[in-house]
Design a protein around this ligand. Structure first.
Ligand SMILES: Nc1ncnc2c1ncn2[C@@H]1O[C@H](COP(=O)(O)OP(=O)(O)OP(=O)(O)O)[C@@H](O)[C@H]1O
Ligand SMILES: [Mg+2]
Length: 139
């Protein structure tokens, strides 16, 4: 936690190309959340959200990136962008339903992540890629 009005500067970009990159993104996100003064419980939720979106990038798009951006104008928060140039999601509402999975998995990544973040937006174009933008504000 920073005192005396010190600010965390800049954003971090983590390329996602292999399994180990999920761990890196998760750790970087947790570290940024800690610097911003998020509670330990919220740091864990933020790290979990990052892992889920990084895992989706790896599984469905093969590669992409996670961008971690501190928000410090007035209220503190964290913006996380997960973007890829993979196949895209044809029906976003369906993908957000609990239990919907095209890979035979649990289908809880997107809906669960949406629930733990304060803001959650998916922009996806079939054949072009997917961008998930999510924010959590400090309480
Ligand atoms: N980045 C992405 N690109 C293309 N399709 C995606 C992407 N992320 C998610 N999807 C689609 O949305 C579905 C739901 O994603 P979600 O993360 O909720 O579940 P899952 O990955 O199938 O299972 P789980 O995350 O529970 O292991 C996926 O099965 C896939 O069809
Ligand atoms: Mg998933």
């Amino acid at each position: 936690m920073l005192g005396g009005g010190a600010k965390v500067v800049g954003e971090t970009r983590v390329p996602i190309k292999q399994g180990g990159d999920i761990i890196t993104a998760r750790q970087q996100g947790r570290a940024l959340a800690a610097q911003l003064g998020f509670s330990s419980a919220d740091q864990t939720l933020i790290a979990t959200a990052i892992s889920e979106m990084a895992r989706n990038i790896l599984v469905y798009a093969k590669s992409g990136e996670i961008i971690l951006h501190p928000e410090q104008d007035g209220r503190s928060g964290i913006t996380i962008i997960a973007r890829d140039e993979g196949p895209g999601i044809p029906d976003i509402n369906r993908a957000l339903q609990d239990g919907y999975s095209t890979s035979g998995s649990l289908g809880v990544g997107l809906p669960g992540t949406k629930r733990i973040m304060d803001e959650f937006t998916i922009v996806s174009v079939v054949g072009k890629g997917t961008t998930v933008t999510m924010k959590k504000w400090k309480r």
